[in-house]
Design a protein around this ligand. Sequence first.
Ligand SMILES: [Zn+2]
Length: 630
Amino acid sequence: MKNIFIPILLVLCTTISCTPTDEQCVNEPLAKNDSVSDSHSYSNHSEIRTTHIHLDLDVNFEEKIIYGVARHQMSSSTVSKAIFDMKGLDIQKITLGKNNELETDYTIGKTDPIKGSPLTVNINPGTEYINIYYQTTKETEALDWLSPELTAGKKHPYLYTQGQAILTRSWIPIQDTPMNRITYSADVKVPTELIALMSADNPKEKDSEGRYHFEMKQAIPAYLIALVVGDMEYTSIGKYSGVYSEPELSKQCSYEFVDLPKMINVAEDIYGEYRWDQFDLVILPYSFPFGGMENPRLTFANPTLIAGDRSLISVIAHELAHSWSGNLVTNATWNDFWLNEGFTVYFENRIMEKMYGKEIAEINAVIEYQDLLTSIETIKQSEHPEDSQLKLQLKHRNPDDGMTDIAYVKGAFFLRTLERIVGRTKFDEFLKNYFDSHAFETITTESFVQYLNTELLTPNNIDFNANEWIYHAGIPENCIQIHSKRLTEMEAWASEINGGNAVFTNEYKNIKRADRVTQEWQAFVRKLSPELPTEVLNEIDSKLKLSEEANPAIKSDWFILNVNAGNKTIRPFMEAYLIKIGRRWYIESIYQALVDSKLKGDKEFAIATFEKAKRGYHFVSKSTIEEVLK
Ligand SMILES: [Zn+2]
């Protein structure tokens, strides 16, 4: 997943009853996955586990319900119960067997607000098949049902799922832990005017009866099972890649993502074979709460990436990098999330460097580092100052609390610092072997540290403070510093304006927005002082059209500055933006600035805008903004 802003550190008063899985994890951390458990899952996967799941799904847009049968093929076992995770689902019946199904008893345990409930099914020793008949409900958090007006075409409804971190259990009863990898297949029925796509092998065209069959033959964690249904068409970009989008967007997509095939080659050059055969994108409507989601074979991407100038392509590099870090080698629990994201941000930057040069890669890294410093400050003031450690302790908390710049950017700087010390050649060899030797496995932080020591540090006689990086808060002193001349120049220009100089003088007299990349404008805007008079901000805006025409990455920083400066001129643009965009990273910080503002009426404006905007937001964004506004 890419670009998730610091979530509000939710105070969740939960009384979680002790489950067999909870008891097992008292002695974390342990090196072997078998001995570690995932406190966010009720499942007894260490006793009996799903090896393959077949889904029969009927997607009903009128009722906004998916009617499903989850057919679990189980590992051989002698236990008498199989425990699955579920949340907000109606279970109709459960049967055992393949061709001759017999109904069996089950119980649904107490509901926890984060984890949902354990679904305990009575089985016989040797039971191979468990079939759960169910339907989704209004409480199903993974599903975003969009009415036609929230799509680009405005004619057809749309549906997509978001499984990470623990939302898959809200649309499929499943052992919802990354520790268990499964293969899956599905038969999906949708209205004939729409196409269904999954994180699997996908159709290129609509089926006249609206029936689709899917196979995912590589074993994946449950959070990567994904479905999207809408009026979409496929645009091929190269032999193994292409883009699904609403027809209205396909032309823009083929321009924006033309570099996809080259990007795959570049990634393979660095860390070896791409193992998922196909790399397609699907461009979702604006309500999608993330920049991208690395569902295997079919990355879900936010339409805000269509910047018109290919300047936000790093998100695609990020999702592609997940084909190695995250999808191939997966964090064993959500406490180890940095193993997914830190490695991915590092790899993303390496792809960017090879595609667009060192300068662009550095510009990206510097902007990320600025975000990291802000996040660390926020975390320091929060209820959980320990959250700036790489290895987290999220038991009894929402795993989304760990989706901060720490996992992403501190994780990446840990690897960059290591690379600097070890040298790139050795470091690349190490990482390539790491991906190969752990392919299609899950891994804990402790196992990674052990691997790092035996394969890299000890043989090369390197003394490195890995424990400080991983188990201590903040940024260690040996963190490498990255500089960018181009960003420094933009910041110097902003400082001159802050000091009272005229805005568009000398070399900046005829500057246009297209003359600089997105990150340069971000550096410029971030350096401008909120003490600047409104007239100066409006002069900048009227020339550069930041409120009106800039891409969301720039707009977001620009609106925050104007809120902090008390400039209400931009409000109509900001309101339209907050209603259109549902990507949490871009909107949360604006709402936060409005809530923190001392200016009369700002908080009321935030609440009124949210009321208008919320039906276009996914559950993930909606619940985060509700927390901000509380
Ligand atoms: Zn990611």
